[in-house]
Design a protein around this ligand. Structure first.
Ligand code: NDP
Length: 293
């Protein structure tokens, strides 16, 4: 039976480190870290995600500077809100919650975020820093996966890793992070032929295809580490991932569950990026640097 890559447990351990870093640095900094989650419109799933992020901020001592704008807000007003947050010295991290309402283009708005306050790590400049192995905020979901692998003591150097999915949000930065950890990485996508033959070669398989329960026992080498990034609401209620957990768990060496795997780590890495930015702005040594791949 596979070991469980427990994201809830690791997230709460990292939250304790965040709390301690904030309380230790508070006097020197003269202010707490600040995160602004900017939400436009009323996408219901976003409402849940934003609430989770705000609760996580208040648990560790990050001030929330978030705003919720109506769905018909013009792009110029959203842009002005981003520019105000860029200038606000109490704000260390900014996150524009996606998806945006129809009619608002996300590209120019994401590009307007000060790259040093890019809590999501998705700004073009920060993706470039990742590519070059330079420090900077890291994309939260793949950084969370790396933290799960490291905490479980999974050796990546020399291992064969396969990432299913090549989005800018998950697959691409995931592949770069695994490669930086000296794994030999292959990226699969919707045009990949004979996916199962490829994934069966993986010592570490990260699945971010956004296809409910597409990966089964036939895709997994016995003993492989399987990380399931997918999140889907089941019609009958509850959540599932991209992996058929009950089929894969008996043969894998380690596996992340859904829920309770990658999801909680994504939120935690948002906090890590924010506190890292706060340390940089306030001249503090960053005690969380080991968490950023
Ligand atoms: P996207 O839809 O942007 O990308 C999906 C990728 O998977 C694409 O590259 C696509 O290929 C590839 N793909 C789709 N179908 C197949 C297939 N049959 N075989 C091989 N590859 C395939 O999704 P995201 O990357 O944004 O998200 C992926 C999943 O992760 C979603 O379920 C999402 O909800 C979840 N997610 C979870 C998070 C968390 O915190 N746990 C955070 C972010 C996302 P192509 O490029 O050719 O189209």
């Amino acid at each position: 039976m596979a070991a469980r890559l427990d994201g809830r447990q690791l997230a709460s351990q990292i939250e304790a480190r965040l709390q301690s870093a904030i309380s230790t640095g508070l006097e020197h900094a003269g202010r707490p870290p600040g995160l602004a989650v900017l939400r436009v419109g009323d996408d219901p799933a976003s409402g849940v995600y934003v609430a989770n992020k705000e609760k996580a901020c208040s648990r560790v001592g990050i001030t929330n500077h978030g705003a919720h704008l109506p769905a018909d807000t013009p792009a110029s007003t959203v842009l002005a809100a981003i520019e105000r947050l860029n200038r606000d010295p109490a704000v260390d991290g900014i996150l524009l919650q996606l998806p945006l309402p129809a009619g608002l283009l996300e590209g120019p708005l994401l590009a307007a975020i000060d790259p040093t306050k890019d809590a999501d790590g998705l700004h073009t400049l920060n993706l470039g820093h990742l590519l070059k192995g330079e420090p900077g905020p890291r994309s939260c979901t793949p950084a969370g996966v790396m933290a799960l692998l490291v905490a479980a003591g999974i050796e990546l150097a020399g291992k064969r890793a396969v990432v299913v999915g090549r989005s800018i949000l998950v697959g691409q930065p995931m592949a770069l992070m695994l490669q930086a950890a000296n794994a030999t990485v292959t990226v699969a996508h919707s045009q990949t032929t004979d996916l199962a033959a490829l994934t069966r070669m993986a010592d570490v398989l990260v699945v971010a295809a956004g296809r409910p329960r597409m990966i089964g026992a036939e895709h997994v080498k016995p003993g492989a580490v399987v990380v399931d990034v997918g999140i889907h609401r089941k019609p009958e209620g509850g959540l599932c991932g991209d992996v058929r957990f009950e089929e894969v768990e008996p043969i894998a060496g380690a596996i992340s569950p859904v829920p309770g795997g990658v999801g909680p780590m994504t939120v935690t890495m948002l906090l890590v990026n924010t506190v890292t930015s706060w340390c940089g702005r306030c001249g503090l040594e960053n005690p969380l640097a080991d968490l950023l791949p």
